[in-house]
Design a protein around this ligand. Structure first.
Ligand SMILES: [Zn+2]
Ligand SMILES: [Zn+2]
Length: 470
């Protein structure tokens, strides 16, 4: 992969954005300078100038305007999967709230815990899913009461504790100090706006509950995220305003006398803004997480021109690379003076082996296709390069196909443990276990393995930061 750069324009068309890189020409290429050819249902990319193979040009995720990504967060709960999640979580919240009101104090704590747990659990789930590139809300797997309800309830409450505890203490003090009310509220609102996003991110991503209470740690991480953090914090104000308005709507809906339906709808409506906020926090990590050691650096680079296909025309004849002068392009050789016979065309009927098709699909970034092909491959295929396993594993993880992701990533760790990609594969696998499947024990085991087996690598440093003191 070429060293990614933030300023990427075509070498031959300085106004056009580059989406590919030709190592032979050492040039970045625009869609007009790159060629796509479909061979055996795989897209092959080449350079329109020299005919050599080109690579996709990658830029850091922060290359795309962050504010535009954040605007998209408003649409996230309105997608089909998001609406289903609003209603499902709304139903759990409505039921548990309803039940808790009918019970005496102590037994009533159980439904309160379910209510808080399902609320915070879904918020944290969105933050983590988004931070790993998920486009849609995927249904969380339920493991056990402690992991899925009690822990999120505690973490969510602790994360917000620092916001309301000072407010309460301050309110008690302020009575004696006789400060103007306005000043008091300015301080409370500022603290909430600046502090809440970071505290929630830390709560969502699995730092220990105690560290949530350490404001220096929370503020330190916020500082490293820089202006992007302030942008997200600034969004908290309109979010709160929309939330206020929606709460009024929810109250109206709630007062409709339709049993259960009204309360589920009302809870669903009041979850909209929290879901948008969780999406924004996740996007902050998705784009800038590398600044705070979240994820692996190379994961933060993505195609410079996603979804754009090359439009260039293939050169009439391929010239051997060494015969090519540096500055002047030779005219295509006319066919009729060729003395050597044309090499016999390869029989088109013989299909390429599945493995080669997977490798090609990965190389040309046709990852959906790679996934389909990979599914048909037998297991324990040592001949497939580690890069293909890793690419398939990452894509499957992003697409929510965790069994396939685990299968592909495990192959790297088991079959090619010496490959430079092996530590990375282990870390992705560990994150999958820890952050998507709630299997913290397996995640820790893998992190320990990476630290011990691959010292000095980026992956080991990341794994070290994820090891919980046990
Ligand atoms: Zn160009
Ligand atoms: Zn070239």
């Amino acid at each position: 992969m070429p060293a990614p750069s933030e300023n990427s324009h075509c070498q031959y068309h300085p106004r056009a954005a580059a989406g590919w890189f030709c190592p032979a020409c050492d040039a970045k290429l625009c869609p007009d300078c790159a060629v796509v050819e479909s061979v055996a249902s795989t897209d092959l990319l080449s350079c329109a100038r020299c005919g050599g193979a080109v690579e996709e040009w990658k830029v850091h995720r922060s290359h795309a305007p962050f504010s535009r990504r954040l605007l998209g967060a408003w649409k996230y709960p309105l997608k089909k999967s998001g609406l289903m999640a609003l209603l499902a979580v709304g139903a759990v919240v409505a039921l548990s709230r309803g039940v808790s009101g009918m019970l005496p104090l102590l037994p009533g704590l159980v439904p309160i815990c379910i209510w808080l747990g399902s609320f915070w659990g879904s918020i944290f789930w969105i933050v983590r899913g988004t931070s790993m590139g998920a486009e849609h809300f995927t249904a969380p797997d339920f493991h056990d009461v402690h992991h899925d309800l009690v822990r999120p309830a505690i973490r969510g409450t602790v994360a917000t504790a620092l916001l309301w505890l000072p407010a309460i203490l301050f309110a008690l003090l302020v009575e004696d100090l006789d400060l103007p009310d306005a000043l008091f509220w300015v301080v409370v609102v500022l603290a909430t706006v600046l502090y809440a996003p970071m505290a929630l991110i830390i709560a969502a991503t699995g730092e220990s509950t105690l560290s949530l209470l350490n404001p220096f740690k929370v503020i330190g991480i916020g500082k490293r995220l820089g202006s992007a953090y302030l942008t997200v914090a600034a969004w908290m104000v309109p979010l709160a305003m929309v939330h206020g308005a929606l709460m009024l709507v929810a109250a109206q809906v709630y007062s409709l006398s339709i049993p259960l339906v009204a309360s589920v709808l009302a809870e669903g409506i009041s979850l909209y803004v929290p879901f948008v906020m969780a999406r924004m926090l996740g996007l902050l990590l998705y784009v800038h997480g590398d600044r705070v050691g979240y994820g692996i650096e190379s994961e933060f680079y993505e195609p410079a021109l996603p979804g754009v296909k090359p439009r260039g025309k293939k050169r009439a004849a391929r010239v051997p690379a060494q015969a090519q002068p540096e500055a002047h392009q030779p005219a295509p050789r006319p066919r009729f003076i060729e003395l050597e016979p044309e090499p016999a065309p390869r029989p088109a009927a013989a299909p390429e082996p599945l493995e080669a098709q997977v490798v090609k699909a990965v190389e040309t970034n046709a990852l959906d296709q790679a996934l389909e092909l990979y599914r048909r491959l037998p297991e324990n295929l040592a001949s497939l390069p580690a890069a293909s396993h890793v690419a398939v594993g990452q894509k499957a993880a992003a697409a929510g196909d965790y069994p396939l992701a685990i299968r592909a990533l495990k192959q790297v760790a088991q079959l090619t443990p010496e490959d430079p990609l092996a530590p990375k594969a282990c870390v992705i696998l560990a994150r999958l276990y820890g952050e998507r499947l709630g299997d913290a024990a397996s995640a820790q085991k893998l992190y320990r393995h990476v630290v011990g087996r691959y010292p000095g690598t980026d992956a080991a440093r990341f794994a070290q930061s994820r090891l919980t003191a046990a």
